[in-house]
Design a protein around this ligand. Structure first.
Ligand code: ADP
Ligand code: ZN
Ligand code: ZN
Length: 688
């Protein structure tokens, strides 16, 4: 054979392996366009798919094997790719890896995960317009006065700054008002000086304008873009493209921004890392904080997780040495002290529409002083757990650490963790009292009651109903800041990172329902919320005052709250979880399903459960299917199947084995099953 033969046939033919937004595990192969080269991995590509065309992402460029080879599908059946889109740089490898990891860990189809990370504007075959960086992005605002660091901030930074190279996971544990943002800004400054990009995640859309303004003001001339579900699709596409082109140095966004491709990414910051809003609850159910840690590790860059009330998960990572902890123990304003917290024992008081006399007096004092007050109503975590009004008995589960919940339909008490069920008791099993009541009622009419008590007061209710969009929220915020409001009445929305200097008094009602909720994460959330809400009081010069109404003042959670003792609470919480075998001491996944009738749903879950029983996964435990706490939602009945293992890896192996078996069932696909059943799996569920 002549040596020169390859040269006589210089046309090398390639096949492109392409990720496409389709609910299938595999990628798809296409004949490459003539100009394709090995360097085309990561580019978007237009390909024929079904009867239409789609934009996919090139995962690999492979030599085209002849038909005699075992390549699948054979060359003769390959369709040709139409065009490689070169209007954007290719997606970096690490971004593709992130999407693929997310898909495999959260049990989604890889193509789906990858493509859904891309704004829809970039999933169309048309070229992307280049974003002109407007004044809003590249601020001409003069740099804000840079404050002198407090000694706490200075000492944290002196250990963090020298080692902004390579992977490190750092928990910044700072009380509210301690100036975590200033620490972020100094870190960002250092990373920008290295010519790298920064990704800053915040839990709520409402918080992005606030922090964006602060960041933009600090770094004039630096392009800051934001990514969250409320920027329009067009803007989102342009911001995403700007990050990919390294034209935006700082990206600020909510959980979806974790999937921003950033070729020069040098630092990730996750503010309020404990916030459940980082969990995506539809489609691929990912946790943005957890992915952020994975991404930092994979890219070998530092990550900073900030919180006044860290999640037990992160705290346990500190204890095991995986994360380093940095404390900001004092408030940044020299004269701002922590508020005084008082518990009001409502067992011995007559309540007026749920409000106690001391609490009303506190609000009256606020009105008299012309200062703002907040009445915080804890609604979340509400579940009808039964209690005894005489002795404080609570409907605990006999088999696990959860509380059993009242099911009115069949008059039972049920544990949503293990399924333990018994008839609704007629009297207290401990003291015989017949007055048993579901916890967490009676908060609805509080606003009206307040108005009757204080007819002269300007009362503003703030919850999801009145502040759904960012615009509405900004209007409300302006109203509050300009002191057009005397008493704010609100739910968890108000607890988060907002700064209202005139707010000095906070009253809390309904907190107990979070103490004994069926969801074992409820206490963690309650504690975080109460700490946050207490942190709202007296941020500036005026000292704050907080009153919490409770029937369980002796409860350890409240005792920790009184002392502002976050580490103490987390220690207890982690001990309890270790004893109960809950995360982070176990890994969990949950299959949720819904259909018209509960029997259909339970039938499906029982059936898929038997598919698992035959398997040899000794480290994995499947509970009985149970109806969900809110059994009925939008006319459909829902149930769930909890899977638990002491080992994350064992759980992953099990899921990789089991889920394809479910989907292989007759008429079953990912997401749907006979009888109109819809189902989905969630790894590391936050609620179960
Ligand atoms: P956190 O996010 O920790 O609750 P912030 O970052 O919002 O706290 O800071 C709380 C307040 O303290 C803000 O008004 C901020 O401007 C101010 N602050 C932060 N650091 C300093 C500092 N070094 N000197 C003076 N004021 C500061
Ligand atoms: Zn009793
Ligand atoms: Zn139980």
């Amino acid at each position: 054979m002549p040596l020169s033969e390859p040269l006589e046939n210089p046309v090398v033919l390639w096949r492109l392996r392409v990720a496409i937004d389709a609910p299938l595990a595999a990628s798809f192969d296409y004949l490459a366009t003539p100009e394709a080269t090995l360097a085309d991995v990561g580019y978007r590509v237009v390909v024929p798919f079904g009867r239409g065309r789609r934009v996919g992402v090139i995962l690999d460029v492979l030599p085209l094997a002849g038909d005699g080879d075992l390549a699948t599908p054979p060359v003769s059946q390959l369709k040709a790719a139409e065009a490689i889109l070169r209007d954007l740089p290719p997606f970096p490898d690490d971004w593709v890896s992130l999407c693929q990891f997310a898909a495999s860990y959260y049990q989604a189809a890889p193509g789906e995960a990858l493509l859904q990370a891309i704004p829809t504007g970039l999933r169309k075959p048309d070229p992307v317009k280049r974003r002109a960086m407007k004044a809003r992005d590249i601020a001409e605002v003069p740099a804000t006065r840079i404050p002198e660091l407090t000694s706490c901030q200075a000492s944290v930074l002196s250990s963090l700054l020298p080692q902004l190279q390579g992977y490190s996971a750092n928990l910044l544990f700072g009380v509210t008002g301690s100036g975590k943002t200033e620490v972020y800004l100094r870190l960002i400054e250092a990373i920008l000086a290295q010519g790298k990009q920064v990704l800053l995640l915040v839990p709520e859309i409402n918080l992005t304008p606030l922090i964006e303004a602060r960041v933009a003001a600090r770094f004039p001339g630096v392009a800051v873009v934001s990514l969250h579900s409320e920027v329009t699709e067009a803007v989102r596409a342009r911001n995403f493209a700007a990050a990919l082109r390294d034209e935006a140095q700082i990206v600020i966004g909510t959980r979806l921004a974790i999937f921003t491709p950033m070729p020069k990414l040098g630092l990730i910051i996750v503010d309020e890392e404990h916030d459940p809003a980082y969990k995506q609850l539809e489609g691929m159910r990912y946790h943005a904080r957890d992915l952020a840690v994975w991404r930092a590790h994979q890219r070998a860059i530092p990550i900073v997780l900030g919180s006044a009330t860290p999640s037990p998960e992160s705290w346990s990572n500190v204890e095991s040495g995986r994360y380093r902890r940095f404390d900001l123990a004092e408030r940044a304003h020299a004269d701002a002290v922590l508020p005084t917290i008082t518990l009001i024992d409502t067992r011995r008081l007559t309540l007026d529409e749920g409000l106690s006399q001391p609490l009303l007096e506190m609000l009256a004092a606020g009105l008299a002083a012309g200062e703002q007050s907040l009445l915080f109503i804890n609604r979340r975590g509400y579940a009808p757990v039964l209690t005894c009004t005489a002795c404080g008995w609570v409907s605990n589960c006999r088999r696990c650490a959860a509380h059993r919940v009242v099911h009115r339909l069949d008059r039972t008490l049920r544990c949503h963790h293990c399924g333990d069920t018994s008839p609704l008791p007629r009297q207290c099993p401990d003291c015989g009292n017949a007055d048993l009541r579901p916890l967490g009622r009676g908060t609805q009419r509080i606003e009206e009651a307040l108005q009757q008590h204080f007819p002269q007061a300007r009362i503003l209710r703030v919850d999801r109903d009145v502040a759904t969009t960012r615009k509405q929220w900004e209007a409300l915020e302006a109203q509050i800041s300009s002191r057009d409001v005397d008493i704010l009445v609100g739910t968890q929305m108000l607890a988060k990172g907002h700064d209202f200097p005139a707010l000095t008094r906070v009253g809390v009602v309904g907190a107990d329902s979070g103490l004994f909720a069926a969801d074992w994460r409820a206490p963690e959330r309650l504690f975080a919320q109460l700490m946050q809400v207490a942190g709202r009081a007296g941020r500036a010069e005026r000292p704050g005052q907080v009153m919490v109404q409770t029937e369980h003042p002796e409860h350890p959670l409240y005792q920790c709250l009184l002392r502002h003792d976050v580490p103490g609470f987390l220690k207890q919480e982690l001990q309890a979880r270790q004893q109960a075998g809950f995360p982070p001491f176990a890994a969990q996944a949950i299959v949720r399903a819904e259909a018209k009738r509960l029997e259909t749903v339970l039938g499906f879950l029982n059936q898929i459960r038997t598919l698992a029983a035959a398997d040899v996964h000794p480290e994995v435990f499947l509970y009985d299917p149970v109806p969900m706490r809110m059994v009925k939602l939008a006319g459909r009945e829902r149930a769930q199947l909890l899977i638990e293992s002491p080992s994350r890896i064992a759980l992953q192996c099990f899921l990789n084995d089991w889920l394809p078996k479910i989907s292989a069932g007759r008429g079953v696909t990912r997401g749907a099953a006979p009888g109109g059943v819809r189902w989905a799996v969630e790894v590391d569920p936050l609620e179960c």
